[in-house]
Design a protein around this ligand. Structure first.
Ligand code: ASP
Length: 335
């Protein structure tokens, strides 16, 4: 079995220099810091995706580069572990899940760490070694058990397009409030088969992105002028309205008219709740009805990070196809 570690940067890839300062490592340092790699019953190759980056600097071009690198290596390897910074790991995992499409059909696990690998107490070693073991797991029919893009962190495996980074302090950096964990590493490494995504192998890659997306957070007391500036004055072609509770918006008398104006101007509008554990389906509250009535798409349990990336991909589609594409589940990202 052949596995690829694709290193993109982030805290995990840091080692201390003599003077104590942290710098990104190279392949030799990986083996030196995780000597147990040689005990895996697999051939492990390591590749770097250009210059290592802090993931706060990652965006659509990096997602494309990652997806291209994984596709180029698809035939050669049986499983893939992407080492990535935690700050935008949720965005990259969502992007890869959409961009690789069902046809990729092989396990991709993103992981990283809160403490650099070069530090004794690093959580990176376990995260890396267990991620490699996960991509090695075999299903009943000889192929890989996991055939989706996942995030492994602090002993838990999640669907990649369902997570958000919830902590910059604890080892359990990621939560998946609207979809249960796919698996857990304890004494045994257990994956819940029924929760795993069965890819449609005929679903091809998505490559075209339009990054012109903004997020507008609705907050009490917001003025019409500031929301108008975001919806109509920013040039954004798609806006995610960050709404309240189970997909509600304040009963501002001007809101419906403004949303309609933006909609008629061709701005794609969707809403995701500020409440992480929520499904922004059709709201039962009067305060949510204005969104439905104004042509704002509901997001059915999609997490903000996945919604931002999906909007970029949806904007690359012809206008007539966008609403249906938003409402469809591409890679298990929504209910
Ligand atoms: N700023 C770092 C990054 O996202 C944090 C981390 O990796 O944990 O690249």
């Amino acid at each position: 079995m052949k596995l690829l570690i694709l290193y993109t940067g982030g805290t995990i890839g840091m080692v201390a220099q003599r003077d104590g300062s942290l710098v990104p490592f190279h392949a030799d340092a990986l083996r030196a810091n995780v000597p147990d790699l040689v005990r895996l019953k697999a051939e492990v190759e390591y590749r770097s995706l250009g210059q290592p980056k802090d993931s706060s600097d990652m965006g659509p071009e990096d997602w494309t580069a990652m997806a291209d690198a994984l596709w180029a290596a698809r035939e050669e390897f049986d499983g893939f572990v992407v080492l990535h910074g935690t700050d935008t790991m949720a965005y990259s995992a969502s992007a890869l899940s959409f961009m690789l499409g069902g046809a990729f059909g092989k396990p991709v696990v993103l992981t990283g760490s809160q403490v650099p690998l070069g530090v004794l107490r690093s959580d990176g070693r376990d995260n890396l070694l267990t991620s490699l073991e996960i991509v090695m797991l075999q299903g009943d029919h000889g192929g890989p058990l996991l055939r989706e893009v996942a995030v492994f962190f602090d002993n838990r495996l999640f669907r990649g397009n369902r997570v958000y980074k919830h902590s910059a302090r604890q080892f359990d950096a990621f939560h998946s409030p609207n979809y249960p964990e796919l698996g857990r590493s304890g004494v045994d490494l257990v994956l819940h088969r029924k929760r795993l995504w069965s890819p449609d192998l005929t679903q091809g890659r998505r490559t075209a992105l339009n990054p012109n997306v903004a997020v507008a957070t609705l907050s009490p007391g917001m003025t019409e002028a500031s929301l108008r500036a975001m919806l109509l004055g920013s040039g954004a072609e798609g806006v995610i309205l960050h709404t309240l509770g189970s997909g509600n918006a304040p009963s501002w008398p001007w809101l419906a008219g403004l949303l309609r104006e933006a909609h008629d101007a061709g701005v794609a509008l969707a809403h995701v709740s500020q409440c992480r554990a929520a499904s922004s389906g059709p709201s039962n509250y009067a305060t949510g009805k204005v969104l439905q009535a104004s042509g704002v798409w509901e997001s059915g349990g999609m997490i903000l990070e996945a919604a931002v990336v999906k909007m970029m991909l949806v904007l690359a589609l012809p206008t007539a196809k966008r609403a249906a594409a938003w409402t469809a589940s591409w890679s298990g990202e929504r209910d």
